[in-house]
Ligand binder design. Sequence first.
Ligand code: SF4
Ligand code: SF4
Length: 427
Amino acid sequence: MDIRAQVSSVFHLDKCIGCHTCSIACKNLWTDRKGAEYMWWNNVETKPGTGYPTRWEDQEQYRGGWEKAEAVLKLKLGGRGGLLGKIFYNPALPGMDDYYEPFTYKYGDLISSPAGNDQPTARPVSMVTGKPMKIEAGPNWDDDLSGSNVYAANDPGVVKLSDEEQQQMFAIEKMVMFYLPRICNHCLNAGCVASCPSGAIYKRGEDGIVLINQDKCRGWRMCVSACPYKKTYYGWTTGKSEKCILCYPRQEAGEAPACFHSCVGRIRYLGVLLYDADRIEEVALNEDRDLAAAQRDIILDPFDPQVQADARRAGIPEQVLQAARQSPVYKFVKQWGVALPLHPEFRTLPMLFYVPPMLPVISRENQGRQQLADEFFTTLEKARLPIRYLAGLFAGGNEEEVKAVYRRLIAVRMQRRSVSVGDLDAA
Ligand code: SF4
Ligand code: SF4
């Protein structure tokens, strides 16, 4: 067994209020400079919706298809880079229109705009062309301009919704959305690492953080194609690719990453996981099993004396083993089983997990206890967000996996309600 340690995270989606403080904290620290304007190492998108860059999840139809990608990369790189050729990703790079062009936005323009029959609107001016822009994408396009929920219903990219499911989501009294904050997943089977022809991208041995060596990067941008989450970005002034570094300088100084530190909803948990690196290939290529469960299996129990002994033999320091035992990520993912990876079917083994959103139960006036209890339980079958949609996001389409998580979350909610409000039986 090849035991390694990985710094990993859990985002609890019911707690996210979509304030974007995390994105701004990251931008202020790392990407507030020329050539990096369009980069959001941390972005928060609205789901259902197009996401950032636009339709990033739609690997099949929007930009070419996965099989073609495999052929192109084999041809260009001759199978270099470990698992290359066995993971599937899209070869086409997102264009500037899929992100958004950096623009200037002046308050003065807004108040001097001509009167119209709607609110005054300042046209943003492109920093590249100097001309007013017609913006068609952005880091949270769906929230800012709304309406793409309808787009998402018609073409959600990953899951096609039936008419009944669309009604379930978009009936006016039930209109539903949630926020999905995203950073680089610091994957175990990272597509970006495998695809780099210059060998510039690497996974740090001590904590699994994925970094791009700026001295070695030659700007091939294969990593931008290869990351199915589209979490590497090309710097147009430096000619190098860049990505989230999980604020490793802050972590080395004992501080949480800036997006975690600043999170208003306190949705973010950081922790160490121990995993068996010998099993990465087997899990990544697994065709028969539930993908989220297969990924969970690779994570080792830090309380197991045998795992501890093997980890010591592998040179993992005592401090790291202690951190693994205290890890909230281990609790959410393995012990409690309520956090799932985003799109495990991409097979990069992402190390950022999400507690899926339950959304508030819609309560009615004079609702009795029994009705309220029923409401909790019917949440699962008549969920405001169709289980199939959530399974498409967090479980490679496996609805049972998502239902199991929701059963646990509903039980916790009922238990808390019985303790704090006292109008439900905990049973
Ligand atoms: Fe690489 Fe993308 Fe995974 Fe980050 S999310 S490690 S950029 S493949
Ligand atoms: Fe969500 Fe926290 Fe980011 Fe606000 S700061 S958008 S609550 S993840």
